[in-house]
Design a protein around this ligand. Structure first.
Ligand SMILES: [Zn+2]
Length: 253
């Protein structure tokens, strides 16, 4: 199993880095996880909007879901595309549909099959098993744990320090954890600092930590250095747009 990073810029995209978006690439399934601003063109560069088996949305903040609209139009006018399953928090379809206006055919539900999930659900797509945990964020937000014969990864999505990520991510091979803040530049507690992300990784005893959701103006290498102060021997690296982390080899490829 591999994790492809389409974008990892928190809150808004930069010239070189879209907002949050990832692809879980397993031999049995391709799963697009969050489609923040700029991830639709990024996806077209590496694969195509018609190559995914499902879309998973962690929450409805725009930097995690806004490119569902170009995806909608691309699939609407492509007769080869069937309705795409979208796994998401309750209310996502209603919330996102408000932006679409026009003729009667203009409905997200015609193109996407929204499937609301809860913390009790397990979703299986190919050989990939998905589990969900609500995080500490102002809107309903799910951290996502994906397990396949090729390994296990946990994605924190957006969260403050109040979510039990140490339990949810426990023992996974790859922990992709948001680290929006750096030391000396802390914001409101709806996101994590580098030290908090690293502390969760250490307590979860994960094999590899990848930091993500960087504030756009931050130096990511400094974020990695700060996390390394906490995690000890645990390998930590920074997500980057276009990067692919192979869980088996434990390398960016
Ligand atoms: Zn958010």
């Amino acid at each position: 199993m591999r994790l492809r990073v389409l974008g990892c810029s928190g809150t808004y995209p930069t010239c070189s880095t879209p907002s949050s978006g990832y692809v879980i690439e397993d031999p049995s399934a391709t799963i697009w996880m969050d489609c923040g601003t700029g991830t639709f063109p990024a996806m077209q560069r590496v694969a195509g909007y018609d190559t995914v088996d499902a879309l998973v949305l962690s929450h409805v903040h725009s930097d995690h879901c806004l490119d569902i609209y170009p995806l909608y139009y691309a699939r609407r006018f492509d007769p080869g595309c069937e309705r795409l399953p979208v796994y998401c928090p309750a209310g996502t379809e209603e919330h996102l549909s408000r932006f679409l206006v026009g003729d009667g055919a203009c409905k997200l539900g015609f193109i996407f099959d929204f499937r609301e999930v809860t913390e009790d659900d397990v979703v299986e797509i190919g050989d990939v098993r998905l589990e969900f945990m609500l995080t500490d964020h102002p809107v309903p937000t799910f951290a996502i744990r994906a397990q396949s014969p090729g390994g296990t990864l946990t994605y924190s999505a957006d969260t403050g320090p109040g979510a039990d990520l140490a339990s949810f991510a426990h023992g996974c091979d790859l922990f992709v954890c948001e680290a929006s803040y750096q030391s000396g530049d802390l914001g409101p507690p709806l996101h994590l600092s580098t030290h908090q992300a690293a502390d969760f990784a250490k307590r979860a005893e994960v094999r590899d930590l990848v930091l993500t959701h960087f504030w756009p103006t931050h130096d990511r290498m400094r974020s990695v250095e700060e996390a390394a102060e906490v995690v000890g021997d645990l390998p930590v690296s920074a997500a980057y747009a276009g990067g692919v982390f192979d869980i088996t080899s434990r390398l960016w490829v």
